[in-house]
Design a protein around this ligand. Sequence first.
Ligand SMILES: CC(C)(COP(=O)(O)OP(=O)(O)OC[C@H]1O[C@@H](n2cnc3c(N)ncnc32)[C@H](O)[C@@H]1OP(=O)(O)O)[C@@H](O)C(=O)NCCC(=O)NCCS
Length: 205
Amino acid sequence: MADSDFPPTFSIPTEHLHISYFQPDDPAHAAFLVQLWNTDDFIQSCGKTGIDNTEKAAKFLRNQVQAGYKRNGHHQFLVSLKPHVGATLSESKPIGIASLMKGEPPNAYSRPDIGYTILPDQSGKGYATEAAASLLEYAQKSLGIDGVFGFCGKDNKRSARVLEKIGLEYRGQRKLKLFGGSESAVYALKGMDQDLKVYGVDDDE
Ligand SMILES: CC(C)(COP(=O)(O)OP(=O)(O)OC[C@H]1O[C@@H](n2cnc3c(N)ncnc32)[C@H](O)[C@@H]1OP(=O)(O)O)[C@@H](O)C(=O)NCCC(=O)NCCS
């Protein structure tokens, strides 16, 4: 797929939000990623990404995010807050990320996992749930995705709660190869096989 298949005008609109593609050439998108991934809240929950300046962020958006869009039709999406009901994407302000990721080869798996981050000053308002629920619906209806995982740190109660609220079910704690063998809570859409190895999700044993 070409870059033009992921236009800046595309949006999945929700009641309060727009979910859209990151644009590697938009300096505001790179700057926002640096802001979002370097809050104390994010670093405490998810650790340091190493993306601490706009050059690194733009490179990441091009080499990872855009490459993911081309490979799978999805990766990290920008979440923007509407200033008023019915506001357009261009009127809205970035507040977070919602993602559908498949891991990186050789540890990639066959169904994506859903993820999210919301700026601390916009957390606790239901926006992660609203974005993730809409992205899940889009994945199923528009991308034909029939299974979705959710992975979160075993102490990340807020993230676990979002996964529960969008309808994923708990499948236990696993030491996943994907995360270098560190323990993760695993959630999956109802109906997905109990044996996660069929999706390429292997314990690190
Ligand atoms: C996790 C995160 C995305 C949640 O965003 P959010 O917009 O605040 O989420 P929501 O408001 O939609 O839902 C949060 C839920 O967690 C609940 N919650 C908050 N703190 C909690 C805690 N300590 N224990 C249990 N539940 C908690 C809230 O009450 C809410 O559930 P409710 O609607 O049943 O009351 C946000 O806190 C964040 O970006 N954290 C840092 C990055 C991160 O951890 N990302 C997930 C990686 S797996």
